[in-house]
Design a protein around this ligand. Structure first.
Ligand SMILES: *Cc1c(COP(=O)(O)O)cnc(C)c1O
Length: 397
């Protein structure tokens, strides 16, 4: 009898009891809108902004409706205009080029390496095409942030970090999100804190963050924020910045604050699961483990491996054989977008020249979520199943 796995790759842990209790308190008041406060009450959203700013070390933090909304707001706040080009990763999730398109700008895709990070040589080659880089730390992989900062600094490129998968991660001990002018996080269910939907934007520039706050729909109530610039700064932007409504509400913030307090523990639990799967996959014939650089502190909420130069039919075979044994793998390289996966050439509103080196990598990327509901035994079993099926298909004629 072959072993099979019976867990669910989409099953998250329940919301912690303390978070549920906080949410119930908010609901009892009926005051869910972030500016619906009593006297000088701080409110959950404002408190979350203050706490997340402190957590990352940023001066300012703004809570918004989603990670994608935070990305688009960041682009607007730094002054990206319709028709402008914006550099971004070829390997990323659809909301990233989508946020660029949402402000009428044009994505210029930069290639991906076998480490699943942005190809810095390709970035240097394309650096003259745009003033802004939206750097997506896709699936939690951090590139050499020192080299990246060097390239962008030399070319005067403003960096916006997409930290949807790097909340809790760091490069040389510096939190992910502290290299760019702005950084966006997601608190959507599949990320590192779960409020269903939600986003956070951090930055140090008072004018840019005042603009972002106005954009998010603050009206003239911006003094009720927990980590926003001084009221004087808003005088410079308040008449010139449109309200592109996308606020967070108290209910979500109430759910997130206890999760933020517990984030370090959760990240350590993800990494135990990641290490267990990675150890189990090492030295599988035909399978390339993605090596993580020593400077990188990552959060292993998902794991990727490569089936480099495999014919598509064999990759399909591995996926279906693993699925038959309960292991749900996602293939980012599939020619047709499916589920949450898609390729830069499937975003046809943003045509790109082909990138053969990146295409070879993209075609090979297999991805798997590691929800915290999996035990370490589950993770070891999953790795045994993948190892078995990859070896079998690899060795078949
Ligand atoms: C999830 C995700 C986003 C968007 O976040 P939402 O909150 O779902 O809008 C952006 N970038 C990456 C890499 C993501 O995984």
């Amino acid at each position: 009898m072959k072993e099979t796995f019976t867990g669910s790759f989409t099953q998250q842990e329940p919301i912690p009891d303390t978070a549920i209790a906080a949410a119930v308190e908010v609901m009892k008041t009926g005051r869910l809108h972030r500016y619906n406060l009593v006297d000088d009450q701080e409110g959950e959203v404002s408190a979350l902004e203050r706490e997340f700013a402190a957590y990352t070390g940023a001066t300012y933090c703004l809570a918004v409706a989603s990670g994608g909304y935070a990305l688009a707001t960041a682009l607007r706040a730094v002054g990206v205009k319709p028709g402008d080009k914006v550099l971004t990763n070829a390997f990323t999730l659809a909301p990233v080029p989508g946020s660029i398109a949402s402000v009428g700008a044009v994505p210029v895709f930069v290639g991906v390496t076998e480490q699943l990070t942005i190809d810095l040589e390709d970035l240097a080659a394309k650096a003259d095409q745009a003033d802004v880089l939206m750097l997506s730390h896709m699936r939690g992989h951090l590139c050499d942030m020192d080299r990246l900062a060097g390239i962008c600094h030399a070319k005067g490129i403003t960096v916006i970090e997409d930290c949807a998968h790097t909340m809790g991660a760091a490069w040389r001990g510096i939190p992910s999100g502290r290299f760019g002018a702005l950084a966006a996080y997601s608190t959507q269910t599949y990320k590192h804190m779960n409020s269903g939907e939600g986003g956070l934007l951090i930055g140090d520039d008072p004018v840019v963050m005042a603009r972002a706050t106005m954009l998010s729909g603050s009206y003239m109530l911006y003094t009720r924020h927990g980590a926003a610039p001084e009221a004087e700064v808003f005088e410079q932007v308040k008449y010139a910045t449109p309200n592109v409504s996308g606020r967070m509400d108290h209910l979500r913030a109430a759910i997130l604050r206890p999760q933020l307090a517990d984030l370090a523990t959760q990240c350590a639990r993800w990494n135990e699961r990641y290490q267990t799967v990675e150890t189990g996959l090492r030295d599988t014939p035909g399978l390339t483990v993605v090596e993580r650089p020593p400077e990188e502190t990552f959060v292993g909420s998902s794991i990727q491996f490569l089936l480099l130069d495999w014919p598509e039919a064999k990759i399909d075979h591995v996926l279906s054989r693993c699925l038959a044994r309960g292991v749900e793998l996602k293939w980012f390289g599939g020619a047709e977008p499916s589920g949450f996966t898609s390729r830069y050439d499937s975003w046809r509103y943003a045509p790109s020249d082909p990138m053969p080196k990146s295409d070879r990598v993209l075609r090979s990327i297999i991805d798997m979520r590691l929800p915290l509901t999996f035990s370490l035994d589950d993770c070891a079993l999953i790795a045994r199943i993948i190892r078995d099926e990859v070896s079998t298909v690899f060795q078949s004629g």
